[in-house]
Design a protein around this ligand. Structure first.
Ligand code: CRA
Length: 818
């Protein structure tokens, strides 16, 4: 299709010429003065010329096909660095490495210059990025639609152990080399204003929305390069531009400042990513972001459809809109509005199209993350959309009445409008009612969606609720981040596993092979050394690579229970100092996590871990048995460094709270053993690797529920377990904060006086037992190697290629364009 697709027709000299040319002509830098950063920018620009061509070719190619296309709508795409990954997927990595070497340039150094585009918070955003990789790699026609935030997720640093946030200018001064501005795709988006009725040419009474302000959505395309298959899909990110700075009417009335106000507000729409994971704040600007995203994306989908001369009624046959959680659910009334008001379809025709076009993925059961918007806010910002939501709800209520005549309870539970002093719109209900398919993200989670969250909807719409277990792309999460592991796999099995991860099961045959065990552990050791060197260089802490590297990397959240991990560390510390007989294999506890800036207790937990780390790491009595390190600024590129080096993967959420988890999958694939609860995808990881190769502990979902129903009292555990008591007391006295005794008390209070909402204390003793089993197990290196190999061999189910196949077969009914 294009010149540089498989790397087969790569012309080294031409590439070197282009690189020098771009350096000089576009970056205005003379070669002898060029910094590594300059070379990175030049390289990115040269490569993105190739992918831009591929992108346009793919677009034209797909347009020509009469196959259905997927539109993945997500407020977050946590793509991570693109250069290294794209080189691999283009099949150019080694060739470019060699070409650069000839110019005395090291590709690995150049790749380190790229700043992570952090356009997401955590799992949900990273999942969207993995899905795009799998869609492209399997040649499935798709567009990712997101927002072009000026500032991505904040940068995190620590000042005396406390989290400090600073803005993330991911594009830097000279722009991000991989993106392309597509001014020809510009969309116009309205806000505020009113709805008016009018008679059209044929005397038909119709409605239209007259917005009070209009803004423009400018498209930026990032290339999603399929794995060596010539396909490049667009990740289309919308940036908000406000036009006219003045409301002329108000300006002429003398209200100089007030006249600019709506524009000032609107000009912030794509400034920053909201830094909350699994938590909604209900801010007006956030709703504006959501609507802006949806209006641009739905507008673009319709534009494409109509430009090909297609009829609106064929929309569901040719386009699916997959809603990544409820964040883009306002797309539903937007499409209804466009079909009815702009395209003159009847309500029934429009509804029929919508209910066959949208599908919705639920990612959480946490009540604080289930979005509701005040009716007043929507009515003010999007008056026509509020009317449509009421109309949809009216139809829903009729259906509920038919199913459960006279049951007011059912009506009020299922209603899209939550009644009360301040009426709220429940976005999840709107999504479920409209979508033709609704899925949870792991088997257990999807069961709970049916059982606990939407049991009535499951009755009302049989077979609508289903499961698609999450996955992660093996290109980034094995091939790119763990080249040493990749080569020993490929040595044994060939490289087919990169495209079809189930082939990696072939490693099972080598799990008992001493030589392969040795090779596997040598790779692990080398990855640990690489991480240790990096930590030494950047943080001045020396890590012993013979120790167990025990890793908990994810957002900081009470339900993820980093403080349970901390309590176990305290128990080890306490026992090592107080029990002469007690001994452990050396362990390095590695944390990395950002806390939402407004989440006080999460920040206190970070602080507590940092203070404990300081004391423990400097306590000579421990003989290097225990090290604790909290790496700042967790991000995709840091995960790529840590995951290959992990021996233990901490997945210790309260059962029923972690919808899936995806870090658990990445770590297991890279040969880390999971210590975890029966939660999210841990349940399925256990099913795959078997009980011998995972450390499961703690209360199960039903036990959690039963305990809470009985009335949970955390003091019972405190009073009856001297070990636990000692740990909690250390948090309350001056052990870790001699200058300010009691400074870490909020963490202990949360677990005692505030009732321990995530049952940390209830699981403490089982967790310590499981950790003891880990310690024992690690002492037998050959058996450990076997377990680690089996984790790599038996987790192919968690490839996002499999997830995407499940979506394609069970939800999208899609066939590959190849
Ligand atoms: N926070 C879940 O909590 C899940 C991802 C992706 C989350 C994770 O367990 O792996 O989604 N939920 O499915 C979420 O964002 C709004 O809900 C997450 O990333």
């Amino acid at each position: 299709m294009t010149m540089y697709s498989h790397g087969s027709n790569f012309d080294k000299e031409q590439f070197q010429r282009e690189l020098r040319q771009v350096l000089k002509s576009q970056l205005a830098v003379i070669e002898k003065n060029a910094t590594t950063k300059d070379w990175y920018l030049a390289l990115g620009r040269v490569l993105s010329q190739y992918t831009s061509m591929n992108l346009l070719d793919t677009e034209a190619f797909i347009d020509g096909e009469k196959t259905r296309k997927i539109n993945y709508l997500s407020l977050e795409f946590l793509i991570g660095r693109l250069t290294g990954n794209n080189l691999i997927n283009l099949g150019l990595y080694e060739k470019i490495e060699e070409a650069l070497q000839e110019m005395d340039l090291a590709l690995s150094d150049i790749l380190e210059e790229e700043r992570d585009p952090a356009l997401g918070n955590g799992g949900l955003g990273r999942l969207a990025a993995c899905f795009m990789d799998s869609l492209a790699s399997q040649a499935l026609p798709a567009v990712g639609y997101g927002l072009h935030y000026e500032y991505g997720l904040f940068k995190q640093s620590f000042a005396a152990g406390r989290q400090v946030e600073s803005p993330d200018t991911w594009r830097e001064a000279l722009g991000y080399p991989w993106e392309r501005r597509r001014p020809e795709l510009t969309q116009t988006v309205g806000f505020w204003g009113h709805v008016e009725q009018y008679s059209d040419d044929r005397g038909k009474l119709r409605k239209r929305w007259v917005p009070g302000l209009k803004v423009e959505g400018i498209a930026w395309d990032l290339p999603v390069v399929g794995y060596q298959n010539e396909i490049t899909l667009p990740l289309r990110l919308w940036e908000c531009h406000t036009g006219d700075p003045f409301d002329l009417a108000r300006f002429n009335e003398g209200d100089f400042v007030g006249a600019q106000y709506p524009v000032l507000e609107a000009s912030n729409i794509t400034k920053v990513l909201y830094p909350n994971d699994n938590h909604e704040q209900g801010k007006t600007l956030r709703l504006m972001q959501q609507y802006f995203h949806c209006a641009c994306s739905v507008g673009d989908i319709l534009r494409r459809h109509l430009a090909l001369g297609r009829e609106l009624k064929t929309l569901p046959k040719l386009e699916t809109i997959q809603l990544n959680d409820t964040h883009p659910v306002i797309a539903i009334p937007e499409l209804m509005r466009l079909l009815i008001d702009d395209h003159d379809l009847s309500w029934d025709e429009a509804w029929d199209i919508c209910t066959r076009t949208f599908a919705y993925t639920n990612h959480t059961l946490l009540p604080e993350a289930l979005e509701t918007w005040s009716e007043g806010l929507i009515a003010h910002l999007l008056p026509r959309h509020m009317e449509i939501i009421f109309d949809i709800n009216h139809e829903l209520m009729v259906k509920v009445q038919q199913q459960w005549p006279g049951d007011i309870g059912k009506m009020s539970k299922l209603s899209i409008i939550q009644e009360g002093d301040h009426r709220q719109v429940r976005m999840a209900n709107l999504a479920v009612v409209t979508s033709y398919a609704v899925n949870g993200v792991a088997a257990l989670h999807s069961d709970l969606v049916k059982r606990d969250l939407f049991p009535e909807f499951d009755k009302l719409y049989p077979r609508k609720l289903t499961n698609v277990t999450n996955g992660v792309t093996p290109r980034r999460w094995i091939k790119a981040c763990n080249p040493a592991l990749s080569s020993i796999i490929t040595e044994k099995l060939g490289d087919g596993w990169i495209r079809e991860l189930s082939e990696i099961e072939g490693l099972k045959a080598f799990a008992d092979d001493k030589e392969f065990q040795q090779a596997f552990m040598t790779v692990k050791k080398a990855n640990k050394q690489k991480l240790a060197d990096w930590v030494e260089e950047h943080h001045g802490i020396t890590l012993n690579t013979d120790a167990i590297f025990d890793v908990q990397i994810k957002r900081l959240h009470e339900y993820k229970r980093q403080h349970l991990n901390l309590l176990h560390i305290l128990s080890l510390y306490h026992r090592l100092l107080n029990e002469p007989e007690f001994d452990i294999h050396p362990r390095v506890f590695i944390f990395a996590a950002k806390a939402a800036p407004g989440y006080a207790i999460a920040k206190d937990i970070i602080y507590a871990i940092n203070r404990v780390a300081e004391t423990v790491n400097n306590d000579q009595r421990l003989n290097d048995k225990l090290k604790v390190i909290f790496l700042p600024d967790y991000r995709v590129s840091l995960a790529e460094l840590i995951i290959p080096a992990a021996d233990i993967s901490e997945q210790i959420s309260t059962a029923g709270k972690e919808a899936s988890g995806t870090g658990n999958m990445k770590l297991a694939m890279n040969g880390a053993l999971t210590i975890g609860t029966m939660d999210g995808a841990n349940v399925e990881i256990r099913e795959e690797v078997g009980d011998d190769n995972i450390f499961i502990f703690g209360l199960k979902v039903d036990e959690v529920k039963a305990l809470q129903a009985r009335g949970y009292d955390s003091f019972i555990y405190y009073d009856s377990d001297p070990q636990l008591k000692a740990c909690l007391n250390m948090l309350q006295d001056d052990t870790f904060t001699p200058e300010r005794p009691g400074e870490l008390i909020s963490v202990a209070r949360n677990l005692l006086d505030y009732g321990d909402p995530y049952l940390v204390l209830a699981d403490f003793s089982a967790y310590c037992d499981a950790q003891c089993a880990v310690d024992k197990s690690y002492r037998d290196q050959s058996s450990w190697a076997k377990k680690a190999i089996l984790n790599t061999a038996l987790t192919s189910k968690f490839s996002s290629d499999r997830s995407i196949q499940d979506y394609a077969n069970n939800i999208w009914r899609l066939s590959s364009v190849r």
